[in-house]
Write a protein that binds this ligand. Sequence first.
Ligand code: SAH
Ligand code: SF4
Length: 386
Amino acid sequence: MATENQTDPTALVQQPRVNLLGMSRKNMEVYLSSIGEKPFRAQQILKWIHHSGIDNFDEMTNLGKPLRAKLQELAEIRPPNVVKQLDSIDGTRKWAVEVGGNNLVETVLIPDGQRGTLCVSSQVGCSLDCSFCATGKQGFMRDLTASEIIGQVWLAIKSYDGFNNGNKRIVTNVVMMGMGEPLLNFDNVVEAMSLMLDDFGYGLSKRRVTLSTSGVVPMLDKLGDVSTVSLAISLHAPNDELRSQLVPINKKYPIAELLAASKRYIAKQEDTHRVVTIEYTLIAGVNDGVEHAKELAEVLRDLPCKVNLIPFNPFSLSNYKRPSNNAVNRFWLVMTEAGYVTTVRTPRGDDIDAACGQLAGQVQDRTKRSERHRQKAELAQPIRLV
Ligand code: SAH
Ligand code: SF4
């Protein structure tokens, strides 16, 4: 006979608690309404999390006790788990963050005078397999959640005790240039970036948050509809033949389409002086010749852009070489004389494998997932393979 104490078996299945760390203001307002609370509480909760670095509802003293108790039961603020922190002699700091299933992603902070640039990962590995990239060599495991993405900003500030430092935050700029292709994890990246820009989040200006993409054209168009962040395009070659060897997704979305989409992106922005950053990794004997520079200057002629040259950063699975300083300077000179604002990125943190393209973390590759993901990229727009 059933007794009052008999447990309902469905109640034994614990509902996972909602992680509020990665929730944008809009979604938090919807969430709070859904649990019968006033939407304006979202602003208070966001400030506790992202301005004060609080991850415990008990400390949110301007919320009533019943609301705190309710949130305790239904939700959580769970930052990613840092398993290793490495400090470079040049001040660069790298964190390895555990994301379950024996996988690690990496986040890098590059302090430079008053500026602190945080390089944030968007995926565990990457399915796009660019020939010069350590992340690409590892295959793909999964997308990061919005909490795991914004959590990298949270933990970087926490690590420097920046939450106790008023408005003087260690992170002044964010670049989505860590592991993964951000446009293939669109919703979570957009959600996390909205927290970077929100005054109740990190309050960064749109010029200080940059999304870098290897060129998933349909997603770039979608981004222009919902986001105002700065755009960096990983070009690396001035013609399709060479680019397809270095960046395989070029076979789907060739240079002309990518540059046209980049133009559409800045045209959608309200401020008229927007430019795209063209990233060009210089690889000795591959794409670093004067002839490549001249061709690049031609190809970019109609795009409002600046050029960032990145001397290749070596890693163990690659035979590519970094070009000589002479070759880098020659390339720089051709671009500069052609009228482009051109900078050369100084490698930072290469003693701790934190330089561009050296982020490898630890990825349990799921080949099938990689394949599915690649198809997702390719199906985004039905173009025939070149
Ligand atoms: N998937 C995105 C963002 C991550 S890669 C993209 O490809 O844009 C961030 C930047 O580092 C890209 O411009 C990428 O091309 C560059 N990069 C990758 N491997 C590199 C390496 N070994 N040396 C120098 N730059 C590299
Ligand atoms: Fe992926 Fe970017 Fe690396 Fe290419 S360069 S494999 S898109 S992370």
